[in-house]
Ligand binder design. Structure first.
Ligand code: XMP
Length: 509
């Protein structure tokens, strides 16, 4: 089967690149640049190579580099962001810091004629996220696209089939990203032979074999990822699976009750609910740093699962609904830590389980939803908006108190209710309120109020790796603002977050 190698230099979107190639029915494998040589690449007969982005600067000698003979190996190469800069560097061009200003998010791209851009309009939107840029193009290369801030947004050496793009064709916000991958696969001469065969069926078979006779404790939050994981493992090992739901006191309004209502009828005694509210709030008391909060929550989750496992007579393995964005943002391989997701970067090293089972670890949210549909889960469960494991702890800025959590819970419930009731067609994929650590002056009932500022966040995204802020109509925002300020006495202002990811993330902490 024709295979593309995704040569990993530590970018945030590497699995997305593999996924975009999968979508074109061509198989792709990801390998770290550390674990492979040019000889391996030739011997294994890869049809093409995609060099990924990464957090480093090619001019830094300690940053990832690769054997320049790759460029003459006769295998087509597409470099993306850091990968593009590395091609320029390896081929004798120059890369330099862009000065104080980087280029992030939605950008207008103008292309020249090049087979990589076949079928794409002369002007389109691409997604940028970079500080360094190619300032002099190596011999044999031509500039093939530019943006207002970047004179070399793409370059190619057609004779050697080498292509480089500074922007990210793998993110959905790049308008013609899929077309660019399709064109590259044509350049590589790939046949579209691969299909994402029923993931659920093969995963169930695999876990039925691998977990035979093992007792598994499943961390169930009631969100899409853990619900799909639980359904998949229930098919594989049924009676040996117990699901544990932990109320850590950082849940949304009525969340614990909703989990009971949905899962008790399905799981019966296979569902155990643990009230750990006091414990989490005690451990988080006085903590303000977001990463410290996440680490404490990750550790406390594990401790609660260990104690529950002991109380229930012992378990071999812990199962979690970890998905790819959790893994990559927590700093996998050479990638930078963006935030330590509670179920990856927040896990202590000394856990008292023999291992962790994570069937969805390589998938994106929308792929997980497709697996959920295959498993027959109800639509309302599959389409729930995500809620992070650390819950409201990463939406109350700074120190947590019961009072602040109460304010946020009310504001968040109002915002979600108004969105759910509206017939706004561009329904966001995730929407919630944040309690900022800023105070502002207001006037309520002829009196001065020096009160809280609530921020509203709503994003439109396919896979949560990149996201755009949702253009919610002003009349809905107005209704939300009026309801929040009228019903929560201590709130002085409501603001709306209009930042995409990148440069922001979805959550505020
Ligand atoms: P960010 O803020 O990283 O969020 O852009 C991307 C998606 O991941 C969710 N998120 C988490 N989910 N544990 C989780 O299970 C975490 O620690 C965590 N942090 C963020 C976030 O809500 C969004 O859907």
């Amino acid at each position: 089967m024709d295979t593309i190698l995704v040569l990993d230099f530590g970018g945030q979107y590497n699995q997305l690149i593999a996924r975009r190639i999968r979508e074109q029915n061509v198989y792709a494998v990801i390998e770290s640049f550390r674990n492979i040589t040019v000889k391996d690449i030739i011997d294994r007969g890869y049809k093409g190579i995609v060099m990924t982005g990464g957090p480093n600067s090619v001019n830094d000698q300690s940053s990832p580099h690769f054997d320049p003979s790759l460029l003459d190996a006769g295998v087509p190469v597409l470099g993306i962001c850091y990968g593009a800069q590395l091609i320029a560097y390896m081929a004798g061009g120059t890369v330099a810091a862009a000065g104080a200003e980087g280029e992030y998010g939605r950008t207008q791209l103008t292309r020249e004629n090049d087979e990589l851009f076949r079928g794409i309009p002369e002007s389109s939107i691409c997604w940028m996220s970079h500080r360094d840029r190619i300032v002099s193009v190596p011999e044999g290369f031509c500039v093939t696209a530019a943006t207002p801030q970047c004179s070399c947004a793409a370059m190619s050496d057609r004779s050697r089939k080498l292509y480089a793009v500074q922007f990210h064709p793998e993110v959905t916000h790049t308008q013609y990203g899929s077309q660019i991958f399709s064109n590259f696969l044509d350049i590589c001469g790939c046949e579209r032979q691969w299909a994402m065969s029923a993931f659920a069926t093969s995963a169930i078979d695999r876990y039925r074999r691998e977990l035979c006779g093992k007792k598994v404790l499943m961390a169930l939050s009631g969100g899409v990822d853990s619900s799909v994981t639980a359904a998949l493992l229930a098919e594989a090992i049924s009676d040996n699976l117990t699901c544990v739901f932990v109320d850590h006191g950082l849940l949304r309004k009525n969340e614990a009750e909703a989990v009971e209502t949905v899962f008790r009828p399905r799981l019966g005694n296979g569902l155990v609910c643990v009230d750990a509210r006091e414990r989490f709030l005690r451990e988080l008391s006085g903590v303000t740093d977001p990463e410290a909060k996440r680490k404490i929550i990750g550790e406390q989750f594990i401790r609660v699962f260990e104690e529950t496992a002991r109380d229930l007579g012992g378990f071999d393995l812990l199962a979690q609904g970890t998905i790819y964005p959790d893994v990559i943002e927590s700093g996998k391989g050479d990638s930078a830590v963006i935030k330590s997701h509670h179920n990856v970067g927040g896990i202590p090293s000394d856990i008292r389980f023999l291992g962790i089972v994570e069937p969805l670890r390589d998938l994106f949210k929308d792929e997980v939803r497709r697996v959920g549909i295959e498993l027959g889960l109800p639509a309302y469960l599959i389409n729930r908006q995500p809620f992070p494991g650390p819950g409201l702890a990463v939406r109350v800025m700074g120190e947590l108190t019961e009072e602040k959590l109460g304010i946020l819970r009310e504001a968040d419930a109002i915002f979600r209710e108004e969105i759910d009731l509206s017939d706004f067609a561009g329904h966001p994929d995730q929407y919630f309120a944040v309690l900022t650590d800023t105070s502002a002056v207001g006037v309520k009932g002829d009196s001065r109020l020096y009160g809280s500022v609530i921020a509203l966040r709503a994003v439109t995204t396919e896979d949560f790796m990149t996201a755009d802020w949702t253009r919610i109509p002003f009349d809905i925002l107005e209704k939300v603002s009026v309801r929040i300020t009228n019903t929560i006495p201590s709130v002085a202002r409501v603001v709306y977050d209009i930042t995409s990811k990148p440069p922001a993330t979805v959550e505020w902490e």
